[in-house]
Design a protein around this ligand. Structure first.
Ligand code: SER
Length: 315
């Protein structure tokens, strides 16, 4: 890996993955590619650019211009936004990925890393300790594009020998940039509101269990997978990664240990049905076996760290 491009770089994961990659490979060697929103000051410490990934010619032009050999293709319309605008989700998630893979095959690129999601599962999937290989019949457009993306990535590896790798992220919790348009966003918002208002109205029911992961573990997961020796990988674009599972009620209890007056109430909306179609926890033994995946944070250690970081940030 010499020259890296990260699409979706101004989003929740990109905002922290770009600095982590720059620390490892040098600021000038990691290009942050966004769309409309402006990059943060932190991202401006290295090269930033913008492109429509749905425009193959423009996308390819940027990859050539920056001399890229490795692409982290993060850009995606998440589950809740995707249900409001399924056509946009299809276009960005599917056509954007297809363009990335085609460019990767033609140039060629050395490696493409693309996140999938727990949204690649559906209501018929076993929900507890969901196996790596199981029924994948998602009921959201986001999920449809994620399953198709996994299959497409595996196809490009098998058919064209393109080194494409991907992992199924659970809900990601982080303090740098807010997520946008996801069903797991509540698990981030709750910390901000706990500090600002000492109360939060959750859009999921109190006992909705979902798999979650703290950002330092998510960064470790994607960077470790990206660097794993290819000879060790039997899977490519479809690794379950698990860290912790909790409900909004349990998360509120973990916050109350630090902010005793914190109150939560519940007004479930359309996102409840999405959450109810996803796994509660994942069997990630395949990732552990093939590239040594092991998370560090649990709910208690994450809550402590999030509250400390956000208290500093919103002071
Ligand atoms: N965090 C995502 C969402 O809620 C799941 O991958 O849409």
């Amino acid at each position: 890996m010499r020259k890296i491009m990260v699409t979706g770089a101004f989003g929740q994961i990109g905002s922290e993955l770009v600095p982590a990659l720059r620390k490892k490979y040098g600021n000038e060697n990691v290009v942050a590619i966004g769309h409309k929103s402006k990059p943060s000051e932190k991202l401006m410490e290295g090269p930033c650019d913008s492109v429509e990934v749905t425009d193959k010619k423009a996308f390819e032009g940027k990859i050539k211009e920056h001399g890229i050999d490795t692409l982290y293709h993060l850009v995606s319309i998440l589950s809740a936004s995707g249900e409001k605008n399924p056509g946009l989700a299809w276009n960005v998630n599917m056509n954007g990925l297809y363009n990335a893979l085609e460019i990767g095959r033609e140039l060629p690129l050395e490696r493409i890393i693309m996140p999938s999601s727990i949204a690649a599962f559906g209501p018929e999937t076993p929900r507890d300790n969901t196996p790596n290989e199981t029924i994948q019949r998602p009921t959201t457009m986001y999920g449809v594009t994620k399953v198709a993306g996994e299959l497409l990535g595996n196809y490009y590896f098998k058919k064209f020998g393109l080194d494409v790798r991907g992992l199924r992220f659970p809900g990601i919790i982080s303090s740098e940039a807010l997520p946008g348009g996801g069903t797991t966003d509540y698990a981030v918002e709750i910390y901000y509101e706990a500090l600002k208002k000492k109360s939060y109205t959750c859009f999921l029911k109190p006992d909705t269990y979902l798999p979650m992961m703290y950002m330092p573990d998510a960064l470790k997961a994607i960077m470790d997978l990206a660097q794993a020796p290819i000879s060790k990988l039997k899977h490519h674009c479809d690794f379950n990664v698990n860290a912790m599972s909790f409900s909004p009620k349990e998360q509120a209890e973990s916050i109350k240990k630090h902010i005793p007056e914190f109150m939560i109430d519940y007004k479930p909306d359309f996102r409840q049905a999405i959450a109810d179609s996803w796994p509660k926890s994942l069997d990630d033994s395949t990732a552990r076996r093939e590239w040594g995946w092991k998370p560090k944070y649990d709910l208690a250690s994450m809550t402590k760290d999030m509250l400390e970081k956000l208290a500093e940030k919103i002071k």
